[in-house]
Design a protein around this ligand. Structure first.
Ligand code: PEP
Ligand code: MG
Length: 764
């Protein structure tokens, strides 16, 4: 039964439509359980009915007519209790519900299991038989199936793939969807949905007459020129906002379309084989993609994806599928299944006000770019019905990751008011840009930036960054097709250090693994967040570690600013000792080479809870501590930072976190060494106030949040922050702590700095 279960789960989640999946599900269940009937009921939240959406086995009853009030019958009881019910004879149950015209259930043996998703009841899966009872094994089977199917069902309900109720939802109705808050801000505009380009595999093989060859070649050349022109324009548009490193992405693309490369092969194929240009593009590109994908090297396999993208762009141009800039109205919100860097670059920036990507995570390219471009963005909005929303009015709430499709007049004016409030507050923030971050009672707090893209340097400085608290060195590593050389690294690091000099710059050694992949150095693991990550990788590869550290020393030579080297994902003391020995070796090597290097400060990120309990020993070995709350939260609470299923449990204000942060700060103070926070928590107003109260010296955050946090620092007293922490330490839940800090901020008249509205109702 186990194998049958796995096969069935594989088949229904293998990309088939929902109606096909549900039909397959009920038919196969009757075979596997050897029973007469299987039914899938779905809860209709509007009418509060349980509606039958798929059935195998009913003969005399029209399945479409079956709608059961949700609080009625045994099926209703399964939904209400959220637990399985297994009955030998349903006819004897006091709550049995007979359909109209029925006085007895002809299939009395009954097994019903709830379909639950994120604690919500979505439906009930029922098996019935005339004679045989259902066993515990059957119950286990149906429960496992319901659990696996829940995600697909939730998606189908959200995207209206199932029509529930007598009246199907109207297109013009206001609808709310949820994703991650990728980049802060609110945008109210028009959805511009981009779909994947024409598929290479869909081109039909077309033979042409020899005298059509010229025409086909002309079509191909025109399409190729258009694609090259588009890529060049995209590159130019991005030039002002991206650095040389990121622009290299576009150059790599353009090289593949050099005239003597693939285009030459396409032309030869048209000429020699007398086939249409689209056929030739499909054949030539597909052949190369297959070769690349067969390769063992993950880097080459990735390039196969690039080739596919290019081939499909050329096809789309030949099929006139591309939209011109005229299709991008002012106030456009770019929406796609997976927004890519090149898609972003295709949209004229003056018309683009927001981004929505159904796929993606907090560290994905699109998120980083949206922040760098200062565009509100919601990422990972899996349930958004992309096919239905092109050209519809849309609101993107980048503070809470909410999307409103077809907002009502009242909703639109509510959000537009919020945008106005934001803009006027923005003017106030601009005024304090160059003023120091000092509390009203005179305590200086360092507000630094988390950075990774060269393009963010000037923006960070403009927004008032007083240093770099976290340079994510993996970002420049990820933007190329091989490891950067020591000299390439030196140049990138130098650009940052020179721009910030004499401000301090904190260089984190390479932090890959987990959800951060390099295209040319794939780490495939079953449990990547608990695997080969951060310092574990670089200590196993001293070549990478030493090269990086040498590049850091060289980049810092002759500058006034202090070099701070920071070690990620440390979980024991030994790792610190070994890393320090390597840093010392690199220092001696560069000195021997005649580099005017200075001794660095060495710090450790506290991201793994084990270090909290060895904090005194850690403190003795290092010059500073920086708390990576993004990872510390997930390891402390065993709730992945990237899994929406447990997002509710990922609580940065959990009492365990608050106590840990307080303990770490105390240890640093006793040792008279600096301590900072460089997780996302530092960039939230609530988190910043709490950390200031605990005595953190450095708050390091993404550039966008700097002005707001600085404003709060300048308008609050340390005494008040300490009082807030003292109360928070006595509380029992993350929500209690968070709400309390919010109340205090309101009370102190600082609510302007909070996101301009309360979290939307769909979040609770
Ligand atoms: C953290 O974990 O808090 C952190 C700053 O590192 P990253 O988000 O890059 O993992
Ligand atoms: Mg981390």
């Amino acid at each position: 039964m186990q194998d049958a279960l796995q096969d069935l789960i594989g088949d229904i989640s293998g990309g088939v439509s929902f109606s096909r999946a549900s039909a397959m599900l009920v038919t196969r269940v009757t075979n596997i359980l050897n029973c007469d009937i299987c039914s899938l009921f779905v809860v209709d939240n509007k009418t509060k009915n349980l509606q039958l959406v798929a059935n195998e086995g009913f003969r005399d009853i029209d399945p479409n007519s079956i709608v059961v009030p949700a609080d009625t019958g045994v099926v209703g009881m399964v939904a209400k209790r959220k637990e399985p019910i297994n009955l030998t004879n349903i006819n004897q149950h006091p709550d049995v519900y007979f359909l109209e015209g029925q006085s007895e259930n002809a299939f009395p043996s009954f097994l019903g299991v709830p379909i639950l998703y994120q604690r919500r009841i979505l439906g009930v899966l029922v098996a019935q038989d005339e004679y045989h009872e259902f066993t515990e094994d059957d119950e286990g089977f149906l429960t496992s199936l319901a659990t696996s199917f829940a995600h697909d069902l939730s998606h189908a309900i959200a995207t209206n793939e199932i029509t529930l109720g007598a009246v199907p939802p109207k297109r013009r109705e206001e609808q709310h969807f949820k994703g991650y808050a990728g980049s802060p801000g609110i945008a109210s505009g028009i959805a511009v949905v981009r779909h994947p380009h024409a598929q290479l595999e869909d081109v039909t093989y077309r033979v042409i007459e020899p005298n059509d060859v010229d025409h086909e070649l002309a079509e191909f050349n025109e399409a190729l020129n258009l694609v090259v022109q588009d890529l060049n324009q995209g590159r130019e548009r991005m030039q002002s906002v991206l650095g040389a490193e990121e622009l290299a992405l576009f150059d790599a693309y353009l090289h593949m379309l050099d005239d003597d490369a693939l285009p030459h092969e396409v032309r030869t194929t048209v000429l020699n084989e007398c086939v249409g240009a689209q056929t030739a593009v499909s054949n030539v590109f597909s052949r190369h993609i297959r070769e690349l994908e067969r390769s063992e090297s993950s880097y080459l396999a990735e390039r196969g994806q690039d080739l596919r993208d290019l081939g499909q762009r050329i096809l789309a141009a030949m099929q006139r599928q591309d939209r011109s800039d005229n299709d991008i109205p002012p106030n456009s919100i770019l929406v796609a299944h997976e927004v890519s860097a090149s898609m972003l670059s295709e949209v004229p920036s003056e018309n683009l006000i927001g981004v929505v990507s159904a796929e993606g995570s907090m560290n994905s390219h699109v998120t980083i770019l949206a922040r760098a471009l200062n565009l509100p963005a919601v990422i990972g909005a899996e349930d958004l019905p992309l096919l239905d929303i092109d050209n519809l009015p849309l609101i993107v709430d980048g503070y809470y990751g909410e999307i409103v499709v077809n907002p009502s007049a009242a909703t639109t004016s509510h959000f537009e008011e919020l945008v106005d409030v934001e803009e006027s507050f923005q003017a106030e923030l601009d005024e304090i840009r160059d003023l120091p971050s000092v509390t009203m009672d005179g305590v200086r707090i360092n507000v630094w930036v988390n950075i990774g893209l060269v393009s963010e340097i000037s923006r960070s400085l403009d927004l008032g960054a007083e240093g770099i608290g976290l340079f994510r060195t993996e970002v420049p590593f990820a933007n190329r097709n091989r490891f950067p050389t020591e000299e390439e690294q030196r140049r990138i690091y130098r650009e940052h250090m020179e721009a910030f000099d004499p401000r301090p710059v904190t260089m984190r050694t390479l932090d890959i693994g987990g959800d951060k992949d390099l295209p040319y150095f794939k780490i495939e693991e079953e449990n990547p967040f608990l695997g080969w990550r951060g310092i574990r990788v670089t200590l196993d590869h001293p070549d990478i570690f030493l090269g990086q550290v040498r590049a850091m020393f060289k980049a810092n030579a002759d500058l006034e600013g202090i070099l701070r080297i920071m070690l990620p994902m440390v979980s024991n003391i030994e790792e610190i000792e070994i890393a320090k020995r390597y840093i010392d070796q690199a220092y001696r090597e560069v000195i021997e080479e005649g580099v005017n290097a200075k001794q660095p400060q060495i710090g450790v990120m506290i991201e793994v809870p084990s270090l909290i309990f060895q904090r005194q020993q850690v403190m003795r070995l290092v010059d500073f501590l920086a708390i990576g709350t993004n990872d510390l939260t997930q390891y402390m609470l065993a709730a992945s930072r990237t899994n929406p299923q447990v997002a509710e449990l990922y609580r940065e204000f959990d009492p365990s976190m608050v106590h840990a942060l307080r303990m770490l700060a105390k240890t640093a103070h006793e040792a008279r060494k600096p301590i900072g926070i460089c997780g996302e928590l530092a960039g939230t107003v609530e988190g910043a106030v709490m950390c200031i109260g605990m005595g953190y010296d450095v708050l390091s955050m993404n550039a966008t949040n700097i002005p707001r946090v600085k404003w709060v620092i300048r308008n609050i007293t340390m005494t008040n922050c300490r009082r807030i922490v003292a109360r928070a330490l006595r509380m029992h839940s993350a929500r209690e702590i968070f709400n309390f800090i919010r109340e205090q901020l309101h009370g102190a008249g600082l609510d302007k700095a909070l996101p301009p509205h309360e979290p939307p109702a769909i979040f609770f």
